[in-house]
Design a protein around this ligand. Structure first.
Ligand SMILES: Cc1ncc(C[n+]2csc(CCOP(=O)(O)OP(=O)(O)O)c2C)c(N)n1
Length: 631
């Protein structure tokens, strides 16, 4: 029975091992073909195909709760749970999400996108079950990368304490996006090859060799497994010390290994960790050979594994990293930090140039911020490159450890703005609001890549913490060998004067406003333009002059309006008794789903046409009102 012909996932529970293996092939083929067309998290999802089938076979989903960490590895789960026909729309506008969504399916018990939340959520579900006398089982799947985060350990700590019956599957492929790092990652590697656990594995294999199909022999298998489990427990490991039963390591691509262990663990009335070994990219050679690059690529050619590139200009992340390398040449106390994103932030290049001055701390944004604070108060100039969305996790560390002590840490806030196909959990559209509230922190965003370079250099001279934002994608293709253009700190650029209305922009949306201004001028309006560059300190001197010359002020940002750049302008105007009317253009107070950035900019009137429309109608409205008043 093929994938198309099945009632899923019920039918998975009836299949033989050979049929499951056939189904795994079909799932892989579908994942490869679809991600080749539209990009996506192919590597992690190819690695969990057998695990997904085995989980749906052993557990009575959706009655039993299956909780995936992040959700990027769950494409096979999506295909098995009602989204086979819509799978071709994944990550596209109006299509299904690249992560799990409760509104998409009752099998999606938990929504994420950020790492390391699954264990806390699963414990919540299991605790609610026990308090309300229900009977569902709870199983969480967490990667070895996600297991480097403090949050995961906070949950393990409580699960082991409460002794709540639930299963934690550790999906160990020894990769985060890049190779996993840290002492715990090394520990997992040791655990994989420890002789005691090897013996368990071999014995399970030996035991299962003689079993042709599943059915009654499984009972005997389980009995035997109990002995083996006991054997494994005697060996002792960190999970056992925390109060879990530890089963493993288990070959995550072998149904013969996976199914009996999962089935046994399911019925243990205490917390269990199953340590499953998988290969990222399994079944697609380019992804197996290059798992980092194939973590979440854009479209690619299946045969060659070559990427279909969209832009030749260096990305903002590249510009950031290359500039930091140049600055680090002259300033030996500059150090760079990433939380498991050396590729995405392009700090991998910095790591090659300065291996001793580069730190990948794992998925540990909170630690990264406080680690940077310690470095900064000891004479170093740390730069923590972090996506806007992941900086959210380090908020108390920002406030309490960095800004409260006014330590000169530079936060290179990458992917600031809309991000596109990763959708709601990844949009970088809140950071200005949450950063702006913190004393001592300075916040800047240039209009293009040349300004990013200048702002980064300037930030590293400041005696305060600074957040320098830049978006996903490429800038204007500014040459990286040109000298870095210095930017007067705290100064905006009043590029065009205008009497009817002035557009005050923050970030690269300046160029959209510039195009809008050209159109408005061609229609006879006098429109000014300001590139604000700084939210904090806000260039109030310049804004005061602009307000005196222009009848209307319109702030423009690719960020939520609530508390954003425009709010900073409003607060200044209110406090300084500026009478010039101000309107704030930006994103609405809602989570924005996946889809092309250009689509959402158009939808919210933040593209050229939208800004022209908004500015023109406001100018006309105000002129009409003024004319009426004069009559
Ligand atoms: C808090 C947070 N930081 C960073 C990321 C970016 N990220 C997405 S997947 C991933 C690697 C996860 O590794 P692992 O849990 O081992 O899963 P795998 O992809 O190897 O299956 C990272 C760092 C994230 N999603 N959330």
């Amino acid at each position: 029975m093929g994938l198309n012909a099945m009632r899923l996932p019920e039918d998975v529970r009836k299949l033989t091992i050979t049929q499951l293996e056939q189904l795994a092939k079909e799932l892989r083929q579908t994942i490869i073909e679809t991600t080749a067309r539209s990009g996506g998290h192919i590597g992690a999802s190819l690695g969990t195909v057998e695990l997904t089938l085995a989980l749906h076979r052993v557990y009575n989903t959706p009655h039993d709760k299956l909780v995936w960490d992040i959700g990027h590895q769950a494409y096979a789960h999506k295909l098995l749970t009602g989204r086979l026909n819509s799978f071709s729309t994944i990550r596209q506008l109006g299509g299904i999400s690249g992560f799990l969504k409760r509104r998409e399916s009752p099998f999606d018990t938990w929504e994420a996108g950020h790492a390391s939340t699954s264990l806390s959520a699963a414990l919540g579900m299991a605790t609610a079950r026990d308090l309300t006398g229900q009977d569902y089982r709870v199983v969480a799947v967490i990667g070895d990368g996600a297991l480097t985060a403090g949050m995961a350990w906070e949950a393990l700590n409580q699960i082991g304490h409460l002794k709540t019956p639930m299963v934690v599957v550790v999906n160990d492929n020894s990769m985060s996006i890049a190779p996993n790092v840290g002492a715990f990652s090394r520990y997992l590697t040791d655990l994989r090859s420890a002789p005691a656990y090897h013996r368990l594995k071999q014995e399970v294999e030996g035991l299962l060799d003689g079993i042709p199909v599943f059915g009654s022999p499984i009972k005997r298998t389980v009995e035997r497994l109990k002995d083996l489990v006991h054997f494994a427990m005697v060996a002792g490991n960190v999970f056992e010390e925390l109060g879990f039963h530890y089963f493993g390591p288990v070959d995550g691509h072998s149904f013969d290994d996976l199914i009996p262990v999962l089935a046994h663990a399911r019925d243990v009335q205490e917390p269990v960790v199953i340590h499953v070994i998988t290969q990222k990219g399994k079944g697609y050679r380019p992804a197996e050979e290059n798992p980092g690059v194939f973590h979440g690529p854009g479209p690619f050619e299946i045969d060659s594994g070559r990427f279909i590139k969209s832009s030749d200009a260096p990305s903002y992340s590249q510009v950031f990293s290359e500039t930091l390398i140049q600055l680090a040449e002259k300033q030996s106390n500059i150090v760079a930090i990433t939380a498991a994103m050396p590729d995405g932030t392009k700090l991998d290049k910095f790591a090659q140039a300065y291996p001793d001055r580069f730190f990948d701390v794992g998925i540990a944004e909170q630690h990264a911020a406080t680690f940077a604070a310690g470095l900064a108060l000891s004479g170093m100039r740390p730069v923590f490159a972090v996506y806007s969305t992941f900086l959210q996790r380090a908020y108390d560390q920002l406030v309490h450890d960095v800004c409260h002590q006014d330590l000169p840490v530079v936060f290179a806030v990458d992917r600031a703005g809309l991000v596109g196909s990763d959708g709601a959990t990844h949009q970088g559209v809140f950071d200005v609001s949450f950063l702006r509230a913190i004393p001592n922190l300075e916040i800047a965003m240039g209009k293009d890549d040349a300004e990013l370079r200048g702002l980064l250099a300037g930030a590293l001279e400041r005696p305060h913490p600074v957040a320098v934002r830049y978006p996903r994608g490429s800038g204007k293709g500014h040459s990286l060998s040109d000298p870095i253009m210095p930017i007067p700190w705290g100064r905006a650029e009043w590029s065009h004067q205008g009497k009817d209305l002035t557009l005050i922009t923050f970030g690269p949306i300046y160029y959209t406003a510039l195009a809008a201004r050209d159109i408005l001028e061609s229609r006879g309006y006098s429109v000014g333009l300001v590139n604000a560059r700084f939210v904090k300190p806000l260039d109030v001197d310049l804004l005061g002059k602009v307000a005196a010359k222009s009848a209307l002020l319109m702030t423009v940002e690719e960020h939520v309006v609530a508390g954003g750049f425009g709010s900073a302008v409003n607060e200044w105007a209110d406090g300084s008794h500026i009478a010039t009317p101000i309107r704030n253009e930006g994103l609405p107070d809602e989570f924005i789903d996946h889809g092309p950035v250009s689509y959402f900019l158009n939808l919210y009137g933040l593209d050229t046409d939208g800004l022209v429309r908004k500015a023109e109608s406001w100018i006309t409205e105000m002129k009409t009102l003024a004319a009426l008043r004069e009559r």
